[in-house]
Design a protein around this ligand. Structure first.
Ligand code: FE2
Ligand code: FE2
Length: 307
């Protein structure tokens, strides 16, 4: 059985409702200024609509959405994001980004609202979605940070739960896809925006095993690896970035096809990007092979192991 995933990230849905007075904080004021004068001209509803139409036209078995659905992470924005998610095709796995938890606030009034539309069951439990032969396992690296910072961290509890899910799905012989908002690799974003506790996270992924990691946050479609491993780390541009003279940052998504051939996973990543003509085009196709684990149920005792 194969699986096709649509990986998209950082839609930064339009900011339509100004936060109430009790929701104001220095961090939100700074971010609001940035939105007013800069970011609202970059993140465009039409670009996002074109991406969603393209996903519909190309087809996918599931959506993997790696965070930053909002701009200031207010309750109203998170409710609007719930409505947006609810209109998208199912099934979906959704994790939050740093914008979705901009200030210290109740999880239930933030990304907790997405629980029934593909989000995490709670703040400390990774989202889990089985899609054919693939298992999507998404953790939250979204934590509040001081003004001018956008760093992230995955809690120890989540890392332990993620590792357990990775081990269990590995035993079932599934293709394990980890989702995290912040790139788990140094150098892909500025230090002020980076994942704290990177070593603990990457060590858990390496030792439990995974076939690939998907991330957002950088707004760039990069390919790298988990340090000291061959586990691919795949980024994607913001799903709402306006098209420009270069396709490098333009809105896009990755169509990830996974199928098993003999003892390997054959994985194809088609990166689609929005051009000024309003259409999405193939930007780059990347293929890689990952060794497939055999399901424990398929492993029959050999003569040697019986002896
Ligand atoms: Fe973002
Ligand atoms: Fe982000």
């Amino acid at each position: 059985m194969s699986a096709v995933l649509a990986h998209l990230s950082d839609p930064h849905l339009p900011l339509e409702i100004v936060p109430s007075r009790r929701e104001w904080a220095i961090k939100r004021i700074i971010s609001m200024i940035s939105w007013r004068f800069n970011r609202r001209h970059i993140h465009r509803t039409r670009a996002l609509a074109a991406v969603m139409r393209d996903i519909d036209a190309c087809g996918a078995d599931a959506l993997a959405i790696t965070g930053d659905l909002t701009n200031l992470g207010t309750r109203e924005e998170c409710i609007a994001a719930t409505r947006w998610l609810d209109r998208l095709p199912t099934p979906r796995a959704v994790i939050p980004g740093n914008h979705d938890t901009m200030i210290r606030a109740s999880w239930a009034d933030g990304p907790g609202l997405w629980r029934d539309v593909g989000g995490m069951p709670d703040e400390e439990t990774p989202v889990f979605l089985r899609v054919g032969d693939a298992a999507l396992i998404g953790v939250s690296s979204a934590v509040p940070s001081p003004p001018f910072f956008a760093s992230g961290r995955v809690s120890d509890i989540q890392i332990d739960r993620m590792a357990e899910l990775l081990r269990r799905t590995g035993e079932q012989g599934l293709c394990r896809v980890v989702m995290i908002h912040h790139p788990p690799r140094k150098g892909l974003v500025l230090w002020s925006k980076a994942l704290r506790g990177l070593d603990r996270f990457t060590e858990a992924v390496r030792s439990a095993g995974a076939e690939m990691v998907l991330h957002g946050h950088s707004h760039q479609g990069t390919f790298s690896t988990i340090p000291d491993s061959e586990i691919p780390v795949i980024g994607v541009t913001s799903a709402s970035h306006r098209p420009g003279h270069s396709l490098k940052r333009a809105a896009g998504w990755n169509r990830i096809s996974i199928h098993k051939e003999d003892r390997d996973w054959q994985i194809t990543v088609e990166s689609r990007r929005l051009a000024p003509d309003g259409q999405l085009h193939d930007f780059r196709t990347t293929r890689f092979t990952r060794p497939a684990l055999r399901a424990e149920a398929d492993i029959r005792p050999t003569k040697e192991s019986v002896l």
